[in-house]
Design a protein around this ligand. Structure first.
Ligand code: FCA
Length: 323
């Protein structure tokens, strides 16, 4: 009898210690100023309110800030973090820092890789199906080229490229593969490598590409996100190439795309394959919360889908994506 009581008391104490330990989760993103990441944070906040954990949002524009953020989380007694790293090659260093600090880690958007470039399988990941979504971009462009009855021989394609990021390369490869599969001349596809994944760098990269390739009558543009395609569209506008001679389709569908698609006059930004900030922000946080509280281990890899959104079908697509 006494023994049972003692065991019961010990169990109670253990449960108490656990309950008294509030769950705190970090959400670390490489480009906090980008609307996509703002949305992810917003949906992570929804998860935090729903489950009752504290969310710590930190922007990590470089490796140094990433390491400092992880130490900071440990000092604040967080139990884990979701991360979209500024460089996927920081993978091993991030994994070590998490282990050292007894933090659980899951990645979002950009899958972390080891020294040889292989995905770190032990870190659960949620990303987009990059190649497939890229194909949707390319197919959307082809459909619009056909609708405008352009002669493909007279069309140049800008691929705003950020190939050091695997998901970036997959996305734009999917897009150009879809163009080629529809008979678009491979020789008309021009790479415009950007130094960073933002509009300014895409603008600069596209300007160089356009200067070198003035021979085309019409243009199309693809890139890893909306910012990349917006940079291309703005650079083309600077050279007098407007909506009637440019078909740019981005990836994201967050505020940057929304603003553009709701301008009174159409621009060369024809559309965006909308992806789910809700799933990426909310579900990664819930998965991590469940892991920390011992409810469930996150799935090793989840790849989410997208839907092509244009000026014409914005409302439908947002509704279908639940955003
Ligand atoms: C990468 C890109 C972001 C966003 C995300 C899903 O991190 O840089 O713009 O597209 O994938």
């Amino acid at each position: 009898m006494k023994r049972t009581l003692l065991v019961a008391a010990a169990l109670c104490a253990a449960a108490w210690a656990h309950a008294a330990d509030p769950v705190k989760i970090g959400f670390l993103v490489k480009q906090a100023e980008e609307p996509w990441f703002q949305d992810e944070w917003r949906y992570a906040e929804v998860a935090a309110r729903e489950k009752g954990f504290t969310l710590v949002k930190i922007g990590i524009p470089n490796g140094e800030k990433t390491m400092a953020a992880i130490d900071n989380l440990a000092a604040q007694k967080a139990q884990g973090f979701v991360i979209c790293a500024p460089d996927v090659k920081l993978g091993k260093a991030i994994e070590r820092a998490a282990k050292r600090n007894n933090l659980k880690v899951v990645s979002v958007d950009d899958r972390l890789v080891d020294g040889s470039g292989k995905p770190i399988e032990s870190i659960p990941h949620m990303g987009i199906s990059g190649y497939q979504i890229g194909k949707q971009v390319g197919e959307g462009i082809i459909a619009e080229i056909k609708a405008r009855k352009w002669n493909m021989a007279e069309v140049g394609a800008i691929r705003v490229a950020y190939d050091q990021l695997p998901t970036g390369k997959e996305r734009t490869t999917g897009a150009v593969d879809a163009l080629k599969a529809a008979g678009f001349p491979a020789a008309n596809i021009i790479d415009a490598p950007q130094a960073k994944t933002d509009t300014e760098n895409a603008f600069n990269a596209t300007n160089i590409a356009l200067t070198k390739n003035a021979r085309f009558k019409h243009w199309v543009a693809v890139g890893l996100n909306d910012e990349a395609v917006l940079g291309a569209v703005r650079a083309a506008e600077g050279r007098g190439i407007k909506a009637d001679n440019m078909i740019g389709i981005g990836i994201g569908g967050a505020k940057a795309a929304e603003n553009e698609l709701n301008k009174p006059q159409p621009t060369g930004f024809f559309g965006s394959v909308m992806i789910s900030a809700k799933e990426h922000g909310y579900q990664t946080s819930v998965n991590l919360y469940n892991w920390i509280t011992g409810k469930a281990t996150p799935p090793a890899e989840v790849l989410t889908k997208g839907m092509l959104m244009t000026r014409a079908n914005q409302a439908e697509v947002r509704k279908a994506m639940g955003q």
